[in-house]
Design a protein around this ligand. Structure first.
Ligand code: MLT
Length: 413
């Protein structure tokens, strides 16, 4: 008799964005004429940049000829892309990396969900609250948490780091013992970003308290302020305590194309039960070689083209387009009387619900009355209650129309 993995039964509901999609589908069924504007999931709408498309076409043609055809690629990614990543994302910020410290993958969601596999079963972890749900759900599924406490909206044995208006939505280092901490900077969902000095505090805490930081910088391209680090490796001593995850989804429009990478420095170590230090790099390499046969060649050539001068400029134009939307959301909602955070170094705006409305209640109201899809803050954790997240990844026209519809409801006046 096969037994199920009962950890799955601890999960209270569906994956957040799947639940929202279901709710929206249900609404559409009953209101087929409603013109729904989606500012919920952070899915891009700009087409892939011409330089990227050109590189993909070329790579597709190569796959059609015996002398340039490629079969299984290296599990860690082709050297051409790893070199482009190191040069484009790290050398220009004076960070040196070895080629074998970079692991190309088919998406940061996969990496974020799987990275915990290289740590011990008794792993104790901390997450910001609110937080991107994959960090938490993936750890629940493998048994790194206790039960879900429905009345509190939290799991036993997880350390939650509250991010509130009072602390600028910035997680503070844990005061109790943990093994790893997930940090997303700029933050999904709140759109706020930690400064260099704040990140230095984290790196120091990781050294002093002996924990590893899983640093998700999927949104670093959206940083506009000088003092916000793009990589945790800009901080001295970070290579010993951090793993960094990056994605091509938001900087180059790859949400449907799928490519990302993880940096596991050789210097980053964890311990055996008897106290022996073990480098995490060969462990992640071993894991990838067993579980993964590499990102498709055509996709890696596409990602490489992002780093070409043309690709870089074209993608930056798209990032600017989305940031204009972010400002439309932020400024439009502030003018309508809302309190809005984020949207300065991030494509996400974090909006306080009016009159202390619950976040799902406000989500329903906006769907029903404005036909605008958002993401309720409570879906990201208990401290997300009282907020909604709006994404700037829509079209310019839809974003402006959505904000006008929300303002027209006059809920804050
Ligand atoms: C989000 O909306 O939080 C992200 O798009 C989800 C993801 O990147 O998987």
């Amino acid at each position: 008799m096969a037994h199920v993995n009962e950890n799955y039964l601890k999960l209270p509901g569906n994956y957040l964005f799947a639940s929202i999609a279901q709710k929206v589908a249900e609404f559409s069924k009953h209101h087929p004429d409603a013109s729904i504007i989606r500012l919920g999931i952070g899915d891009v709408t700009r087409p892939l940049a011409p330089a990227i498309i050109q590189a993909m076409h070329k790579a597709v043609d190569e796959m059609g000829h015996a002398d340039t055809f490629r079969g299984y690629g290296p599990e860690q990614g082709y050297d051409f892309l790893r070199q482009a990543i190191i040069k484009g994302d790290y050398h220009r910020r004076n960070i040196s990396l070895d080629l074998d410290e970079v692991f190309v993958s088919d998406g940061a969601k996969t990496d974020v969900a799987c990275i915990q596999e290289i740590f011990g079963q008794d792993l104790k972890f901390a997450v910001a609250d609110p937080v991107y749900p994959v960090y938490l759900d993936s750890n629940v599924m493998v048994g790194h948490t206790g039960n879900y406490l429905a009345d509190k909206g939290i799991y036993e044995q997880v350390v939650y780091l509250p991010c509130t208006a009072e602390n600028g939505f910035k997680a503070q280092p844990p005061t109790e013992k943990v093994d790893i901490v997930y940090l997303c900077n700029p933050s999904n969902p709140t759109g706020t970003a930690m400064s260099k000095a704040e990140l230095e505090t984290w790196v120091k805490a990781a050294h002093d308290q002996n924990f590893i930081i899983i640093y998700d910088s999927a949104y670093e391209t959206y940083i506009t302020e000088e003092d916000i680090p793009h990589s945790i490796f800009e901080i001295d001593g970070a290579k010993e305590i951090a793993i960094e995850l990056r994605s091509f989804s938001k900087c180059a429009g790859f949400t449907g194309t799928r490519c990302a990478y993880v940096v596991v420095p050789h210097a980053c170590k964890a311990y055996t039960k008897d106290g022996k230090a073990v480098s995490l790099n060969p462990l992640w390499n071993r894991r990838q070689c067993t579980f993964f046969n590499g990102t498709p060649y055509v996709i890696q050539r596409a990602a490489e083209a992002y780093y070409s001068p043309e690709g870089w400029a074209q993608c930056q134009a798209d990032v600017n387009y989305y940031m204009d939307n972010a400002h439309t959301i932020r400024d439009g909602l502030i003018a309508a009387g809302y309190t809005v955070y984020g949207a300065t170094n991030s494509p996400y705006a974090w909006v306080q619900t009016p009159h202390q409305m619950k976040s799902w209640e406000f989500f329903d109201l906006l769907l029903e009355k404005a036909h605008v899809v958002t993401t309720p803050g409570e879906g990201f954790g208990p401290h997300g209650e009282g907020y909604l997240r709006l994404t700037a990844f829509g079209t310019k026209e839809n974003t402006a129309a959505a904000i006008a519809r929300i303002a027209d409801l006059k809920l804050c006046k």
